[in-house]
Design a protein around this ligand. Structure first.
Ligand SMILES: C[S@@+](CC[C@H](N)C(=O)[O-])C[C@H]1O[C@@H](n2cnc3c(N)ncnc32)[C@H](O)[C@@H]1O
Length: 212
């Protein structure tokens, strides 16, 4: 599915989030609080939006993704590796940090993914993850639902792949609640897991430290 939507994925992302995803990525990389030139693995990097933000903020990023099409359509990813997030081809403790943008709901084994992220980060290293969310209530939530469930699939159908963009709102059903995700990250070996909502709950972020 991601191979099919790769060519227009980024452009549609910016349209569908009204450009807010750039701000969320900037903040997520900043919240790693790692020194410049840190080696950071961007898991499920897609076409490299997050990877390039890592480079912009002075880090040395490595992009990995299961979809060859996404990696191929991307740019600004000097180091890119086709790999399943649940079985990363890197030695333990190889990275200072890990990022992952909007992919948690796509992996079949979320605990296995957190376990692998934890394995490849050095003790004391950092992880910063972004995922979609939904505003808690009121008019904002109603407008969000209209946009995410009806407008986004329509834009996707016109400019890309109808089936893929119909799946997008449905895929949130595969995402556990924040408390469950925090518990899974703790179980994987992360501590001080911090969950926060961004822009009134349009996006969510998990930041944590790899336990020593
Ligand atoms: C919604 S895109 C997000 C891409 C990018 N991180 C971003 O922020 O724009 C989800 C990505 O997860 C990747 N993905 C899905 N399952 C995966 C897995 N098991 N291992 C690695 N990548 C996976 C897809 O190929 C796709 O590129």
């Amino acid at each position: 599915m991601f191979d099919a939507i790769a060519p227009r994925y980024e452009m549609l992302n910016h349209v569908m989030t009204l450009g807010l995803d750039r701000r969320w990525r900037r903040r997520a990389v900043n919240d790693l609080r790692l020194p410049a030139a840190s080696l950071v693995l961007d898991v499920a990097a897609g076409t490299g939006d997050f990877t390039r933000e890592l480079a912009r903020q002075g880090h040395r990023p490595v992009a990995s993704d299961l979809s060859f099409g996404m990696l191929h359509a991307g740019h600004g990813m000097d180091e890119r590796v086709q790999a399943d997030a649940t079985s990363l081809p890197f030695r333990s403790g190889a990275f200072d940090g890990v990022t992952c943008g909007y992919a948690l709901r796509n992996v079949a084994d979320l605990q296995g993914t957190f376990d692998e992220m934890s394995r490849v980060v050095r003790p004391g290293g950092r992880v910063s993850l972004l995922e979609v969310a939904e505003p808690a209530g009121g008019l904002f939530r109603a407008l969000f639902r209209l946009w995410f469930r009806h407008v986004v699939p329509l834009i996707g159908a016109i400019f890309s792949d109808r089936r893929a963009y119909a799946y997008l709102p449905r895929s949130t059903a595969y995402l556990p609640g924040a408390e469950t995700i925090v518990a899974m990250m703790n179980q994987a070996g992360f501590c001080a897991v911090n969950h926060r909502l961004l822009t009134g709950g349009l996006s969510q972020q998990f930041v944590a430290t790899r336990a020593r």
